[in-house]
Ligand binder design. Sequence first.
Ligand SMILES: Nc1ncnc2c1ncn2[C@@H]1O[C@H](COP(=O)(O)OP(=O)(O)O)[C@@H](O)[C@H]1O
Ligand SMILES: [Mg+2]
Length: 238
Amino acid sequence: MSNILEINNLSLKIGVQDILHDVTVKVPQKGIVSVLGANGVGKTSLMRCVSGIYHATGGEILLDGQDISKLKSHDIVERGVMQAPEGRQIFSTMTVLENLLLGAGALGRQELDHVLTLFPVLKERLKQQAGSMSGGEQQMLCIGRALMHKPKVLLLDEPSLGLAPRLVGFICELVTRIRDEGYSVLLVEQNVKAALRISDKAYVIEHGKIVIEGDAHELMSDKRVADAYLGGHVHEGS
Ligand SMILES: Nc1ncnc2c1ncn2[C@@H]1O[C@H](COP(=O)(O)OP(=O)(O)O)[C@@H](O)[C@H]1O
Ligand SMILES: [Mg+2]
Protein backbone atom coordinates (compact mmCIF):
# COMPACT_ATOMS: atom_id res chain seq x y z
CA MET A 1 0.00 0.00 0.00
CA SER A 2 1.49 3.35 -0.95
CA ASN A 3 1.12 6.39 1.25
CA ILE A 4 0.52 9.69 -0.46
CA LEU A 5 1.39 11.52 2.77
CA GLU A 6 3.69 10.40 5.58
CA ILE A 7 4.26 12.49 8.65
CA ASN A 8 7.24 10.92 10.39
CA ASN A 9 8.33 11.68 13.97
CA LEU A 10 7.21 15.27 13.72
CA SER A 11 7.94 17.67 16.54
CA LEU A 12 6.93 21.29 16.91
CA LYS A 13 8.07 23.72 19.54
CA ILE A 14 6.76 27.25 19.76
CA GLY A 15 8.83 29.25 22.21
CA VAL A 16 9.37 26.92 25.13
CA GLN A 17 6.14 25.01 24.54
CA ASP A 18 6.19 21.50 23.06
CA ILE A 19 3.16 21.56 20.77
CA LEU A 20 3.79 18.29 18.90
CA HIS A 21 6.02 15.46 19.98
CA ASP A 22 7.17 12.57 17.75
CA VAL A 23 3.95 12.47 15.73
CA THR A 24 3.76 9.82 13.01
CA VAL A 25 0.67 9.72 10.79
CA LYS A 26 0.35 7.97 7.42
CA VAL A 27 -2.29 8.66 4.80
CA PRO A 28 -2.73 6.05 2.05
CA GLN A 29 -3.89 6.91 -1.47
CA LYS A 30 -7.65 7.19 -1.64
CA GLY A 31 -8.13 6.86 2.09
CA ILE A 32 -9.62 8.89 4.91
CA VAL A 33 -7.31 9.09 7.91
CA SER A 34 -8.33 11.00 10.97
CA VAL A 35 -6.46 12.49 13.90
CA LEU A 36 -8.84 12.74 16.82
CA GLY A 37 -8.57 14.66 20.03
CA ALA A 38 -9.97 17.26 22.37
CA ASN A 39 -9.57 20.99 22.10
CA GLY A 40 -6.02 22.30 22.36
CA VAL A 41 -4.11 19.04 21.84
CA GLY A 42 -2.32 20.09 18.63
CA LYS A 43 -4.62 19.08 15.75
CA THR A 44 -4.60 22.44 13.98
CA SER A 45 -0.88 22.83 14.60
CA LEU A 46 -0.32 19.49 12.87
CA MET A 47 -2.38 20.67 9.87
CA ARG A 48 -0.40 23.91 9.81
CA CYS A 49 2.87 21.97 9.72
CA VAL A 50 1.64 19.95 6.74
CA SER A 51 0.56 23.07 4.88
CA GLY A 52 3.75 24.96 5.71
CA ILE A 53 2.23 27.64 7.92
CA TYR A 54 4.25 26.29 10.84
CA HIS A 55 7.63 24.69 10.36
CA ALA A 56 8.31 21.58 12.39
CA THR A 57 11.35 21.53 14.64
CA GLY A 58 11.97 17.83 13.99
CA GLY A 59 10.89 14.98 11.75
CA GLU A 60 9.74 14.99 8.14
CA ILE A 61 6.61 15.27 6.02
CA LEU A 62 6.72 13.22 2.85
CA LEU A 63 4.33 13.98 0.00
CA ASP A 64 4.67 11.26 -2.62
CA GLY A 65 8.01 10.40 -1.02
CA GLN A 66 9.42 13.95 -1.08
CA ASP A 67 10.05 15.96 2.05
CA ILE A 68 7.92 19.11 2.03
CA SER A 69 8.52 20.07 5.65
CA LYS A 70 10.90 22.93 4.82
CA LEU A 71 8.86 24.37 1.94
CA LYS A 72 6.78 27.54 2.01
CA SER A 73 3.03 27.18 2.02
CA HIS A 74 2.53 28.37 -1.56
CA ASP A 75 4.96 25.70 -2.78
CA ILE A 76 3.09 23.09 -0.79
CA VAL A 77 -0.20 24.21 -2.33
CA GLU A 78 1.40 23.97 -5.76
CA ARG A 79 2.48 20.41 -5.03
CA GLY A 80 -1.10 19.49 -4.30
CA VAL A 81 -1.86 19.86 -0.61
CA MET A 82 -5.01 21.90 0.04
CA GLN A 83 -6.46 22.76 3.40
CA ALA A 84 -10.04 23.45 4.36
CA PRO A 85 -8.99 25.33 7.49
CA GLU A 86 -10.53 25.47 10.93
CA GLY A 87 -13.24 28.10 11.08
CA ARG A 88 -13.73 27.82 7.30
CA GLN A 89 -12.04 31.12 6.43
CA ILE A 90 -14.17 31.86 3.43
CA PHE A 91 -14.40 35.42 2.13
CA SER A 92 -17.76 36.35 3.52
CA THR A 93 -18.38 39.53 1.52
CA MET A 94 -17.52 37.82 -1.77
CA THR A 95 -19.95 35.64 -3.70
CA VAL A 96 -19.87 31.86 -3.65
CA LEU A 97 -18.56 31.86 -7.22
CA GLU A 98 -15.81 34.35 -6.43
CA ASN A 99 -14.74 32.22 -3.47
CA LEU A 100 -14.58 29.11 -5.63
CA LEU A 101 -12.61 30.72 -8.44
CA LEU A 102 -10.18 32.49 -6.16
CA GLY A 103 -6.68 31.40 -7.01
CA ALA A 104 -7.97 28.49 -9.05
CA GLY A 105 -6.31 29.83 -12.22
CA ALA A 106 -6.79 28.18 -15.60
CA LEU A 107 -8.09 24.97 -14.10
CA GLY A 108 -10.90 26.97 -12.52
CA ARG A 109 -13.74 26.84 -15.00
CA GLN A 110 -13.13 23.18 -15.77
CA GLU A 111 -13.12 22.13 -12.16
CA LEU A 112 -16.05 24.34 -11.30
CA ASP A 113 -18.56 22.05 -13.01
CA HIS A 114 -17.15 19.08 -11.18
CA VAL A 115 -17.29 20.75 -7.77
CA LEU A 116 -20.83 21.96 -8.42
CA THR A 117 -21.90 18.40 -9.22
CA LEU A 118 -20.61 17.36 -5.81
CA PHE A 119 -22.26 20.35 -4.12
CA PRO A 120 -25.53 21.11 -5.93
CA VAL A 121 -26.47 23.46 -3.08
CA LEU A 122 -23.64 25.80 -4.09
CA LYS A 123 -24.79 25.77 -7.69
CA GLU A 124 -28.06 27.41 -6.68
CA ARG A 125 -26.17 30.06 -4.73
CA LEU A 126 -23.28 31.10 -6.93
CA LYS A 127 -24.20 34.79 -6.79
CA GLN A 128 -25.03 34.84 -3.09
CA GLN A 129 -22.70 36.48 -0.57
CA ALA A 130 -20.79 33.62 1.04
CA GLY A 131 -21.20 35.04 4.54
CA SER A 132 -24.98 34.97 4.27
CA MET A 133 -25.11 31.17 3.96
CA SER A 134 -25.64 28.73 6.82
CA GLY A 135 -22.70 27.12 8.62
CA GLY A 136 -23.14 23.84 6.75
CA GLU A 137 -23.24 25.59 3.40
CA GLN A 138 -20.16 27.62 4.28
CA GLN A 139 -18.39 24.38 5.17
CA MET A 140 -19.32 22.95 1.76
CA LEU A 141 -17.94 26.07 0.13
CA CYS A 142 -14.75 25.74 2.12
CA ILE A 143 -14.27 22.11 1.02
CA GLY A 144 -15.38 22.91 -2.54
CA ARG A 145 -12.84 25.70 -2.77
CA ALA A 146 -10.07 23.30 -1.76
CA LEU A 147 -11.26 20.72 -4.32
CA MET A 148 -11.07 23.30 -7.12
CA HIS A 149 -7.31 22.64 -7.04
CA LYS A 150 -7.70 18.86 -7.48
CA PRO A 151 -5.45 18.26 -4.48
CA LYS A 152 -3.35 15.14 -3.99
CA VAL A 153 -4.13 15.48 -0.31
CA LEU A 154 -7.12 17.28 1.18
CA LEU A 155 -6.71 18.51 4.75
CA LEU A 156 -9.94 19.01 6.68
CA ASP A 157 -9.71 20.79 10.02
CA GLU A 158 -12.83 20.10 12.09
CA PRO A 159 -15.42 20.37 9.33
CA SER A 160 -18.17 19.36 11.77
CA LEU A 161 -17.46 22.10 14.31
CA GLY A 162 -20.54 24.09 15.24
CA LEU A 163 -22.88 22.16 12.95
CA ALA A 164 -26.18 20.55 13.94
CA PRO A 165 -26.08 16.71 14.09
CA ARG A 166 -28.00 16.34 10.83
CA LEU A 167 -25.47 18.52 9.05
CA VAL A 168 -22.57 16.66 10.62
CA GLY A 169 -23.96 13.51 9.03
CA PHE A 170 -24.32 15.29 5.73
CA ILE A 171 -20.74 16.58 5.75
CA CYS A 172 -19.48 13.10 6.67
CA GLU A 173 -21.34 11.61 3.74
CA LEU A 174 -19.80 14.22 1.52
CA VAL A 175 -16.28 13.45 2.72
CA THR A 176 -16.90 9.77 1.99
CA ARG A 177 -18.05 10.64 -1.51
CA ILE A 178 -14.93 12.75 -2.04
CA ARG A 179 -12.77 9.78 -0.98
CA ASP A 180 -14.73 7.48 -3.30
CA GLU A 181 -13.84 9.83 -6.14
CA GLY A 182 -10.20 9.01 -5.45
CA TYR A 183 -9.11 11.82 -3.16
CA SER A 184 -6.88 11.22 -0.13
CA VAL A 185 -8.11 12.93 3.01
CA LEU A 186 -6.48 13.83 6.31
CA LEU A 187 -9.22 14.83 8.73
CA VAL A 188 -8.82 16.22 12.24
CA GLU A 189 -11.85 16.15 14.49
CA GLN A 190 -13.11 16.45 18.04
CA ASN A 191 -16.23 14.59 16.96
CA VAL A 192 -14.67 11.18 17.44
CA LYS A 193 -17.80 9.18 16.77
CA ALA A 194 -18.62 10.86 13.45
CA ALA A 195 -15.02 10.74 12.26
CA LEU A 196 -14.49 7.06 13.13
CA ARG A 197 -17.55 6.13 11.12
CA ILE A 198 -16.09 7.46 7.89
CA SER A 199 -12.36 6.90 8.42
CA ASP A 200 -10.24 4.02 7.25
CA LYS A 201 -7.60 4.59 9.87
CA ALA A 202 -7.46 6.84 12.93
CA TYR A 203 -5.03 8.23 15.45
CA VAL A 204 -5.85 9.68 18.84
CA ILE A 205 -3.75 12.64 19.93
CA GLU A 206 -3.36 13.89 23.50
CA HIS A 207 -1.06 16.74 24.52
CA GLY A 208 0.70 16.71 21.15
CA LYS A 209 1.41 12.96 21.19
CA ILE A 210 -0.26 10.10 19.35
CA VAL A 211 -1.49 7.76 22.08
CA ILE A 212 -3.68 5.28 20.17
CA GLU A 213 -3.80 4.27 16.52
CA GLY A 214 -5.55 1.62 14.49
CA ASP A 215 -8.21 0.76 11.97
CA ALA A 216 -11.14 3.09 12.54
CA HIS A 217 -13.41 0.10 12.81
CA GLU A 218 -11.31 -1.41 15.59
CA LEU A 219 -11.06 1.86 17.46
CA MET A 220 -14.84 2.09 17.60
CA SER A 221 -14.81 -0.90 19.90
CA ASP A 222 -11.61 0.03 21.75
CA LYS A 223 -12.36 0.50 25.43
CA ARG A 224 -9.83 3.33 25.88
CA VAL A 225 -11.44 5.27 23.04
CA ALA A 226 -14.93 4.54 24.30
CA ASP A 227 -14.14 5.62 27.88
CA ALA A 228 -12.40 8.84 26.90
CA TYR A 229 -14.33 9.92 23.82
CA LEU A 230 -17.58 8.05 23.36
CA GLY A 231 -19.08 8.42 26.83
CA GLY A 232 -18.12 4.83 27.71
CA HIS A 233 -20.20 3.27 24.93
CA VAL A 234 -18.35 0.66 22.95
CA HIS A 235 -19.79 0.37 19.47
CA GLU A 236 -20.19 -3.23 18.38
CA GLY A 237 -19.89 -3.44 14.63
CA SER A 238 -21.14 -0.33 12.86
N1 LIG B 1 1.19 30.28 17.16
C1 LIG B 1 1.12 29.77 18.38
N2 LIG B 1 1.75 30.35 19.42
C2 LIG B 1 1.68 29.83 20.65
N3 LIG B 1 1.02 28.72 20.97
C3 LIG B 1 0.36 28.08 19.98
C4 LIG B 1 0.38 28.58 18.63
N4 LIG B 1 -0.36 27.74 17.86
C5 LIG B 1 -0.82 26.78 18.69
N5 LIG B 1 -0.39 27.00 19.95
C6 LIG B 1 -0.69 26.17 21.14
O1 LIG B 1 -0.60 24.82 20.76
C7 LIG B 1 -1.56 24.03 21.44
C8 LIG B 1 -2.38 23.25 20.45
O2 LIG B 1 -3.21 24.12 19.72
P1 LIG B 1 -4.00 23.66 18.43
O3 LIG B 1 -3.06 23.03 17.50
O4 LIG B 1 -4.78 24.81 17.95
O5 LIG B 1 -4.96 22.54 19.06
P2 LIG B 1 -6.33 21.94 18.52
O6 LIG B 1 -6.46 22.26 17.08
O7 LIG B 1 -6.20 20.48 18.81
O8 LIG B 1 -7.42 22.59 19.33
C9 LIG B 1 -2.38 24.99 22.28
O9 LIG B 1 -1.88 24.99 23.58
C10 LIG B 1 -2.12 26.33 21.59
O10 LIG B 1 -2.24 27.38 22.50
MG1 LIG C 1 -7.98 23.22 16.05
